[in-house]
Write a protein that binds this ligand. Structure first.
Ligand code: MG
Length: 247
C-alpha cells in the first residue's frame, strides 16, 4: 500500500515537474547529474592512446598478436614499427573485439613498385572479416571500392585523403558489430565510420557482409567478439601506434 502511494505521488510529481518545464520553470529539472561519464585521461595528442584504451602495438613487441594458424608472428620489427614480411601470412590480435574505436597508423613503402592493387596493399580485417583497405592510393588508379579507406569491394570512401608513399597515415575507426539472432539470422548490419588522416571518409556506413574477392558480400553468423587481423598482401606495409577502446 505504501509502495502504491509512493508510486502514485511519484507520478503526480513527475507530471507537475513536466508541466513546470513546459511553462518555463526551473532549468535544473532538465539537467542530468547522475550518472556522470567516467573520467579518463586523453592522450597528449589525438594519436596518443587515452587511459582507457587497450594498446595493441606500441612498437616494442608482438605480445598482443599471433601469426597465421596460431604461429608466432614473423613480421619484422624495427624503429617502433612492424612491417609485413611477404609470404608470412596475416597476423591477428590475441584478444577479440566487437563494437570499438580503433586507432591505427600505417605506411606504404617509400619505393613505389607496382600499380593498382599491387602497390602498398594491406588491410584491416575487423572481426577477421570486414576489410578496411590499406593501399598506396596516392596517384594510383584502381577500382574506387578497392582504394585506400574503402570497405573492400563494397564502400567507396567519400574522398581520397591519402598521403604519399613512405609517409605515416592514420585511420580512426568507429565500428559497430553486426547483430545475429540465436539461429544465426543477421538482425543488423555492421556499421563503420572512418577518419583518414583527420578527414571523414566513411560516415556510419552499413557494411554489406564479409569481404569477398569474387562475388557479392554476405553475412554469415559469428561471435559477438572476434580478433582483428592485418593483411599480408605481399607488400612491405608498416604499422605503428595501434590502440582500441571496446565500446
Ligand atoms: Mg587489402
Amino acid at each position: 500500500m505504501k509502495k502504491l502511494l509512493m508510486l502514485f505521488c511519484g507520478t503526480i510529481a513527475s507530471q507537475m515537474l513536466q508541466a513546470q518545464v513546459r511553462m518555463g520553470g526551473d532549468p535544473k529539472l532538465s539537467e542530468i547529474y547522475d550518472p556522470a561519464p567516467a573520467v579518463i585521461s586523453p592522450g597528449k595528442t589525438n594519436a596518443e592512446a587515452p587511459s582507457d584504451a587497450v594498446v595493441l602495438f606500441d612498437g616494442k613487441d608482438f605480445s598482443n598478436w599471433v601469426g597465421t594458424k596460431g604461429k608466432d608472428v614473423e613480421w619484422t620489427l624495427a624503429d617502433g614499427a612492424m612491417t609485413v614480411k611477404r609470404g608470412s601470412g596475416l597476423i591477428s590480435t590475441k584478444q577479440s573485439f566487437g563494437d570499438c574505436q580503433l586507432h591505427i597508423e600505417w605506411r606504404t613503402p617509400v619505393e613505389v613498385k607496382g600499380e593498382g592493387q599491387g602497390r602498398g596493399n594491406s588491410g584491416i580485417f575487423l572481426m577477421g572479416r570486414y576489410e578496411l583497405q590499406i593501399l598506396d592510393s596516392y596517384n594510383n588508379k584502381t577500382y574506387s571500392n578497392g582504394q585506400a579507406a574503402s570497405i573492400y569491394k563494397q564502400l567507396v570512401p567519400l574522398v581520397n585523403a591519402s598521403r604519399g608513399p613512405g609517409e605515416w597515415q592514420s585511420y580512426d575507426v568507429i565500428f559497430t558489430a553486426p547483430r545475429f539472432s540465436e539461429n544465426g539470422i543477421m538482425q543488423s548490419q555492421a556499421r563503420i565510420t572512418v577518419i583518414h588522416n583527420g578527414v571523414l571518409v566513411q560516415n556510419n556506413a552499413a557494411i554489406w557482409g564479409g569481404t569477398e574477392y569474387i562475388g557479392i558480400a554476405n553475412y554469415k553468423s559469428h561471435g559477438a567478439k572476434e580478433p582483428i587481423s592485418l593483411q599480408d598482401h605481399g607488400d612491405p606495409v608498416s604499422f605503428r601506434n595501434i590502440w582500441i577502446r571496446p565500446l
